[in-house]
Design a protein around this ligand. Structure first.
Ligand code: PGA
Length: 253
C-alpha cells in the first residue's frame, strides 16, 4: 500500500540558528509524540541548512529534502546547486515544480523534466508539484492544467522511475493564502490524477503512488483532508515552521 507522508516546505524562512532550533524541536517531538512509525516525515529547509540539519535529526525517522536543484548536472552555473551535491550530504528528496518556482523563476515543464531526470539519476526522490491558478479553476480549466503538467513531465519517465516519484497537488490559490481547498475539491483532483496514472501505467502503479495535498493545510483541516481516500498526506508550508502544528498534522491520519 502507498505511503502516507507529511512534508514540511520551509521556503526561504529561518536563519541557521533558528533552523537548527526548529529541526531539533521537531526531532524531539517526533520521538515523543508521533506513535505511528508508518507515516513518512520529510522536512525541506533552505539549502544552507541541509547539511547541519541532516546531522541533527534522526535520519531513520525524518528525511531531509531540498526545495529545488539545478537543471544541469555540473559546470559553470554560478549560484546553482546540483542534484549530485545534494545527494553527497544525505538529502533524500527534492521538491520540484513548486508554483513559486514556476511563477517567479519561470520553470517550464521542459526544465522540470531535466530536473526530475537528474534527481532520479542521483537516486533522490522527486516531490513533483502541480496545481492550477485561481483563474484556471474559475474557467473550469483546472483538470486540463494539472493533466498537462503531469503529462509533460512525469509521463515522460519510464515506469520504474515514475514509481519513485511523490506527487503534490497544490492549487496555487490555496498556497499561503489561508484559503484551503475543501476536502471534496482535493479528493476530486487526487482521484483525477490517480486515474490519469491508471491510464498511463496501470492500476497497480497508480495505487502505490503517494499524492500529497498542499495549500494552507494546518492542524484545523488536516484530519478532514487526510480522511479522503486519495489524499495521502500533505506538503505543508507555513504550518511546518511551528513544531507543534507540524506534529499535529503528522498525527492527523
Ligand atoms: P502553505 O504552503 O502551507 O503555506 O500554503 C504550501 C506550499 O507552498 O507547499
Amino acid at each position: 500500500m502507498r505511503k502516507k507522508i507529511v512534508a514540511g516546505n520551509w521556503k526561504m524562512h529561518t536563519c541557521i540558528e533558528e533552523g537548527v532550533i526548529l529541526a531539533a524541536e521537531i526531532n524531539s517531538k517526533v520521538k515523543k509524540e508521533v506513535s505511528n512509525q508508518e507515516t513518512g516525515i520529510i522536512i525541506a529547509p533552505p539549502f544552507t541548512h541541509l547539511s547541519i540539519i541532516g546531522q541533527i535529526v534522526d535520519n531513520e525517522r525524518i528525511c531531509i529534502a531540498a526545495q529545488n536543484c539545478s537543471s544541469e548536472p555540473k559546470g559553470a552555473f554560478t549560484g546553482e546547486v546540483s542534484a549530485k551535491m545534494l545527494k553527497s550530504f544525505g538529502v533524500k528528496a527534492v521538491i520540484l515544480g513548486h508554483s513559486e518556482r514556476r511563477a517567479y523563476y519561470v520553470e517550464t515543464n521542459e526544465i522540470l523534466l531535466k530536473k526530475v531526470n537528474l534527481v532520479l539519476e542521483n537516486d533522490l526522490k522527486p516531490i513533483f508539484c502541480c496545481g492550477e491558478k485561481l483563474e484556471e479553476r474559475e474557467s473550469k480549466n483546472h483538470f486540463n492544467v494539472v493533466k498537462s503538467q503531469i503529462e509533460q513531465v512525469l509521463f515522460n519517465l519510464d515506469v520504474e522511475n515514475f514509481s519513485k516519484c511523490i506527487i503534490a497537488y497544490e492549487p496555487v490559490w490555496a498556497i499561503g493564502t489561508g484559503v484551503t481547498a475543501s476536502s471534496e475539491q482535493a479528493q476530486e483532483m487526487h482521484l483525477f490524477i490517480r486515474n490519469l496514472i491508471v491510464e498511463k501505467f496501470g492500476k497497480e502503479i497508480s495505487e502505490n503512488i503517494t499524492i500529497l495535498y498542499g495549500g494552507s493545510c494546518k492542524p484545523s483541516n488536516s484530519k478532514e483532508l487526510f480522511s479522503k481516500p486519495d489524499v495521502d498526506g500533505g506538503l505543508i508550508g507555513g504550518a511546518s515552521l511551528d513544531a507543534d502544528d507540524f506534529i499535529a498534522i503528522i498525527n492527523s491520519f
